[in-house]
Design a protein around this ligand. Structure first.
Ligand SMILES: Cc1cc2nc3c(=O)[nH]c(=O)nc-3n(C[C@H](O)[C@H](O)[C@H](O)COP(=O)(O)O)c2cc1C
Length: 247
């Protein structure tokens, strides 16, 4: 995805799920977000901005409680859209919002779906896959736990350090990807000149979205080392293959 890969790579390090908000985005940020939503959407996925009260509700006990947010973006899939495309594009939008200094949080479950749908100009056959609140963060950065790269790849430290620098960067960036209930349902497999991501769980229906999020992160980590490439063998086990001239 040609946008600003390095800007989003930096945003990966700053992003975390913000569940308490101190106010809405400013007018300039809202304009920038509307432009980003237009530019990023495609392949049957639309990113729609909305505003309203009582959008969010906790799932059980207090999990997923979002407070203080009135503005949101919805990641909407048309009939032909693939879940991984929603994840990939939604995460690009979330990283752009992060780069603008705003708080975000992927929310697939803890929101009022039909109420939210009533606030949006949905077309026939479109469904809301997830939304994110957008606003001034009311909390400071928390780095939530992640599986080790050893666990995610099955490789030991020595083997990891022997990988080309771009692959190490791609893996480190993919490791920071958010996923539903922080399950991290992926296996990362360096393979030939590329890296494969294997989806390891349906994750309450969000495994495909999680896969797309990890794909974008992997690409951003590679781009950080000036390596661009293509995804091949799409499905549950896509393979990222760098362009020969990058290596
Ligand atoms: C597809 C998806 C759906 C999610 N749904 C919810 C949700 O319904 N409610 C919520 O509070 N957090 C939700 N999250 C946020 C995750 O719990 C969070 O990303 C994960 O615990 C990692 O934490 P971090 O984002 O702070 O790194 C979701 C994340 C993803 C990727």
């Amino acid at each position: 995805m040609a946008y600003n890969m390095e800007r989003w790579h930096s945003a990966v390090q700053a992003r975390f799920s913000v569940r308490r908000y101190d106010g809405p985005p400013g007018v300039e940020e809202l304009t920038a977000l509307a432009q980003a939503a237009e530019r990023i959407g495609g392949q049957g996925v639309r990113i729609l901005l909305g505003q309203g009260e009582d959008i969010f509700r906790p799932l059980f006990l207090n999990y997923g409680r979002i407070t203080g947010a009135t503005h949101f973006a919805a990641f909407v899939a048309g009939p032909e859209a693939q879940d991984h495309t929603v994840g990939y594009m939604g995460e690009a939008f979330i990283l752009e919002a992060t780069a603008l200094g705003l708080g975000t949080c992927w929310v697939g479950g803890s929101f009022r779906k039909s109420h939210t749908a009533s606030l949006l100009p949905l077309e026939a056959g479109e469904r809301i896959v997830a939304i994110t609140p957008m606003g001034l963060p009311g909390e400071t950065y928390v780095g939530r736990p992640r599986k080790s790269l050893e666990a995610l790849t099955g490789l030991d430290q020595e083997a990891l350090q022997a990988l080309p620098e771009w692959q190490q960067s791609a893996l480190s960036c993919a490791r920071l990807a958010p996923s539903a209930v922080n399950r991290q349902p992926w296996r990362f497999q360096p393979e030939g000149r590329g890296i494969r991501i294997i989806k390891t769980s349906g994750n309450f229906g969000f495994g495909g979205v999680d896969l797309g999020i990890a794909m974008l992160h992997m690409e951003l980590g590679a781009a950080h080392c000036s390596v661009s490439g293509q995804w091949q063998e799409m499905g549950d086990q896509p393979l990222f293959v760098p362009e020969a001239e990058n290596l």
